[in-house]
Write a protein that binds this ligand. Sequence first.
Ligand code: ZN
Length: 501
Amino acid sequence: MTEQGQSTKGGAGTKDKPNQKKDALVSEITPQSEDFSRWYLDVVLKAELADYTPVKGCMAIRPYGYAIWELIQQGLDKRFKATGHVNAYFPLFIPEKLLTREAEHVEGFSPQVAWVTRGGDEDLEERLAIRPTSEAIIGTMYAKWIKSWRDLPVLINQWANVVRWEKVTRPFLRTTEFLWQEGHTAHETEAEAQEETMKILALYKEFVQTELAMPVVDGQKSESEKFAGASRTFSIEALMGDGRALQAGTSHNLGQNFAKAFEIQFQGRDKTVQNAWTTSWGVSTRLIGGVIMTHGDDSGLILPPRVAPYQVVIVPIPRGNWQETVLPKAREIRDALVAQGVRVMLDDRDEYSPGWKYAEWEMRGVPVRLEIGPKDIEKAQVMLARRDTREKLPTPMEGLPSAILALLDDIQSALYARALQFREAHTQRVTSYDEFKAAMEGRPGFVIAFWCGSADCEAQIKADTQATLRNIPFSSGPIVPGTCVRCGQPASVEAWFAKSY
Ligand SMILES: [Zn+2]
């Protein structure tokens, strides 16, 4: 089975078995510099995060990918509950007459709606939409549940799947069916609704930066990019490794638009009948795509420890009677780490060489690898390898769990710092339109420029450069008014532009 002359490239090879499989595995990933999009798909498929299915535009999320989603869910759910939200569940189907009640909403979503027209043998009297989002059905239920100011606020979140008929799809980033959470809240006053909208945006930002190690810019969307039917939309935007932006989460202040359409009314403190103020907000499995494209490299995935299904992989070196010597020690180390809450995979598979396993778990992005052989046991140490820096260092077994816990924190921070540095290196402030166009043609990334607020200028910029207005950040601080990069008219805000996913 060995092929003569096959080298152990990369230096992480084993002398025990031929290394052919390892080389084959790594070489199957297209380098980022050659074709980033191909690299992304290679990583999704080879790392077994997701796979294509016979259903066009719909992916199967494989266990390894789903484990990342579960960690994302847990991290968010904990935060939603800590801020007073509760979970509930609403129907997958939305009767057509409900979906069409809010004019802008239906106009925005109708090109993407999948319809059910038959049930069993019979044509339906009224078509049912498969939810593209749930404002219509949840708003209808809120109208039933909310009677008085005493019933407010209502702070409900739903974990669900939604369907949006997409022409071009890519696993995690844009699929016809995807998983997400959608929060829907109703409030007594406009101020409370705005406070909720901002609270959630801040929660998303903190979550994505802390757990996914993805730096994001938070700000307000332009009129043309806001959610269909919303008064105002806010977003967090991240920068991917190819210099394209990814909208990582949105929070909408719906004003009274949906309350009026769905009759979410209550008797106020002054006994008058009032419309509620509502919000909605969501993040989706798209975040997994964001993690892949923020941190990955030519060897594959690099997972931030907080969302890594396995934070540590232990690879025993099969020398001599290793099953009696090395393996028990490896199990002991695993148990000690698990006792500290570390997620560990002990890869004791006999049929693969250590070198093959190193490449496999590197490709799948496990943050820390521990190699242990007879020599290490003699020296009471393990060989530790970091996925993010590729550093290898002998580490004493004594005190290993606490060393690992500290290291996982270090890796989490290092990944965030690296991503932030990348974003800063790929963010450019421009003052002229020529500069803007040159920036968009050359090195991709964010371009910051003054904008007059006109939708025409925004559309022209998009037509000329493919860049869209990502958002108007909160953090830009007090700025001296300037002139619109496109039309030269006075402009009081700076917007962030980028080509985006
Ligand atoms: Zn302008």
